[in-house]
Design a protein. Sequence first.
Length: 98
Amino acid sequence: MMNSQTLGKPTSKVEVTNISSHGIWLLSGDREFFLPYDEFPWFKDVPIGKILKVEEQTPGHLYWSELDIDLSIESIEHPERFPLKARQRITSSMSQGL
């Protein structure tokens, strides 16, 4: 009888399935999530390639290493429980004193 062992650390498969002008769609295991830019503004003006590079390092926690963004599945399911949001920088000519 053969004995097979799993090598390396277990990771769940997570992937970005769609990026729209309203937000991004993620598939984690057998569950799909929508992250609207209104609730997750960190992704709004980011190159697509950086959004696609996501992994679930530990169960229930997603990490975008190139963006240094770490989100729990709970914060995606219930963003109202996590009221802190990044403020987008104002780069208009008025804010630059021009």
